[in-house]
Design a binder for this molecule. Structure first.
Ligand code: GTP
Length: 596
């Protein structure tokens, strides 16, 4: 296709502002999907995505659209909608010339609207401001058009108004995409360069890689090279999604499509990498490539120890489709054999866990998630700690923890309350802007560990649900962090060790010892539960001794009842874990971890 007839764009929006609905409507308006075949949310392929109503993986669709008698090819590139996947969003944006900035006409601008807009501006995209859901009775298109115009510095009249639901304004929007966005530019006779913006494992076809060609041309049966690793592959098939795959004789400057090489593992075809021709390679890659970096680690253990090999196989399978998933075996006194698994964020963790349970039929326990620390030991060696148990005892010079820059949007009346929350989480205010009289944007730097677990819940409850949050990784800082261990009768219980700020160590110790005192049944002897930093005890509880005689309850001669009780006790024993001399039901560990 002649590059002047191509337009590459994406839709960026806050969650639930209607991106998928609008994308579906565009597929229908351009006729690539008939109303009959229209499955709601065509672009969300995975069941789990549909279930949760979120988009995790990006994909591109080519749609024809005619303006003034000329037919153009519109490539719509779908972007994932959650903070865990910021890097993937940035690569999808880099594959486009422009973005539709979609805002719910009943809600106005939200934190993700801003975060995505900033990313789009960093990628030099042209922005088309659009208000969606104008059919809603409580829509306030005039008010929010003004807000949006102020934000991006355009005229109010330039803000388009659509309804993805009724289709109103959608055809005009497609016209504007062609009129307002520039055609892609590239050098047709240069060595081929294409950027990978998505990579998906398919059971039948192996890895399907989505690319945007920048220079030159990629043709079937050529040998291609991944520029980050130098590995080469035969290009078996290349084509466009319309939205079903249509093979082609080659993709040239500005084109967007898929390719297949027969590799079986997405790590051989990495998002952000540049593909070139291995016979006539480009000298410079397109830039912007980053290795996926797990931000949050958690131990995953099968409830039933005999499921350990099944868990390993399941993780191996998931990794084919998920370059960001990393894991290695670990063992725990409390939980047995399992894996330490790295994730991009908490949502990524939840999705992975759900898939392991639903698709592989496993019952799992996960330990409290932790972020990754860099620790400088006394001998000046820097080590990476992904598990609290690896935290060196005593001899430490510095601990570095990951930081994020966060964007919080809230009604102005809640400023004080939001500030209080952020200060309690060791945050630093970086700036504050009023988007309108009643709405404020606050920018904070916060430790990742302080926001990754329950920060959003607290933010929501302090602002009666009106605040929105977005964040991205932003370097590291040195902090006064310590490891708190939990001891049962002097014996350390590894699954409960945590790395916390020194000021919060006491609170963690009190919370955890208190919880375990409730959960662990009495033994024949007194059991002290302690929280300690190194050898210093910071909190203490104890479980009083009892003489546990289950038969004492059965007065008289009902022998069958006695037998039943004895059997019950035996069955209960099987699920007991021994920590030193203390018997702990596995459920107690699970309960302590799950409410943590
Ligand atoms: P994520 O994929 O989770 O980011 O959400 P999304 O932005 O893709 O939103 P989605 O298209 O799933 O729409 C969110 C909700 O808004 C759904 O319940 C839609 O039915 C509804 N919705 C979307 N567009 C419109 C619209 O134009 N009018 C009305 N009334 N509702 C809409």
């Amino acid at each position: 296709t002649d590059p002047s007839l191509i337009r590459n764009f994406c839709i960026i929006a806050h969650i639930d502002h209607g991106k998928s609905t609008l994308a579906d409507r565009m597929l229908q308006s351009t006729g690539v999907v008939s109303s009959r075949d229209m499955k709601a949310q065509y672009l969300d392929r995975m069941d789990i995505e549909r279930e949760r109503g979120i988009t995790i993986k990006s994909q591109a669709v080519r749609m024809p659209w005619e303006v003034d008698g000329v037919t153009y090819a519109l490539n719509m590139i779908d972007t994932p909608g959650h903070v865990d996947f910021t890097y993937e969003v940035s690569r999808s944006l880099a594959a486009c010339e422009g973005a539709i900035l979609l805002v719910d006409a009943a809600q106005g601008i939200e934190a993700q609207t801003l975060a995505n807009l900033y990313l789009a501006i960093e990628s030099d995209l042209n922005i088309i401001p659009v208000l969606n859901k104008i059919d809603l009775p409580n829509a306030q298109p005039e008010k929010y058009a003004l807000e949006l115009a102020n934000l991006i510095g355009c005229e109010v009249e330039d803000v388009l108004k659509v309804s993805g639901k009724t289709g109103e304004g959608v055809e005009d929007l497609l016209d504007e995409v062609i009129k307002q966005l520039p055609a892609p530019k590239g050098v047709a006779d240069a060595p081929a360069r294409a950027m990978i913006f998505d990579s998906v494992y398919d059971t039948y076809r192996g890895v399907v890689t989505y690319v945007r060609v920048v220079d030159g041309m990629l043709r079937p049966r050529e040998r291609i090279q991944m520029m980050s690793t130098g590995t080469t592959h035969e290009l078996l098939e290349i084509g466009v999604s319309a939205p079903n795959p249509v093979p082609s004789k080659g993709l040239g400057v500005g084109e967007v499509g898929y390719l297949i090489t027969g590799v079986k593992d997405v790590r051989q075809s990495k998002v952000g990498d540049t593909i070139t021709n291995s016979i006539k390679p480009a000298t410079e890659s397109l830039g912007g490539y980053e290795d996926p970096k797990p931000m949050v680690f958690s131990g995953l253990y099968p409830m039933d120890g005999s499921d350990y090999p099944a868990l390993r196989d399941a993780l191996d399978k998931l990794q084919l489709n998920d370059a960001a998933l990393v894991y290695e075996p670990e063992t725990s006194v409390a939980l047995g054999f399992g894996f330490r698994v790295g994730f991009l964020g908490l949502l990524h963790l939840e999705i992975t866990r759900e898939r392991l349970e639903a698709e592989f039929n496993l019952d799992l326990i996960s330990t409290a998630p932790n972020v990754v620390y860099e620790v400088m030991r006394e001998d000046k060696v820097m080590i990476t700690v992904t598990n609290p148990s690896e935290f060196p005892e005593g001899k430490i010079l510095e601990v570095h923890e990951p930081l994020v820059s966060a964007t919080i949007l809230a009604p102005a009346e809640f400023i004080g309350s939001v500030m209080e929350l952020c200060q309690g989480r060791r945050g630093t205010l970086r700036g504050m802007d009023y988007l309108s009289e009643e709405r404020v944007e606050m920018r904070y730097t916060l430790p990742l560990a302080e926001i990754v677990f329950d920060f959003f819940d607290h933010l929501k409850s302090r602002t009666r649900g009106y605040a929105s949050l977005d964040w991205k990784a932003d370097g590291q800082q040195i902090a006064d962090l310590v490891k708190v261990d939990i001891l049962l009768q002097g014996e350390q219980v590894d699954a409960f060790s945590a790395i916390t700020h020194r000021d919060k160590a006491y609170a963690y110790g009190v919370m955890m010892t208190g919880k375990l005192r409730e959960l662990i049944p009495r033994q024949q002897f007194e059991v002290p539960i302690q929280a300690a930093i190194g050898s210093r005890i910071i909190a203490r509880e104890s479980i009083r001794a009892i003489r546990k005689d289950v038969l004492a309850k059965c007065y008289g001669g009902d022998i069958s009842r006695k037998r039943k009780l004895l059997e019950k006790q035996k069955a209960g024993k099987k699920r007991m874990k021994m920590v030193g001399r203390v018997e702990v039901p596995q459920e107690a560990f699970i309960a302590a971890l799950s409410t943590g």
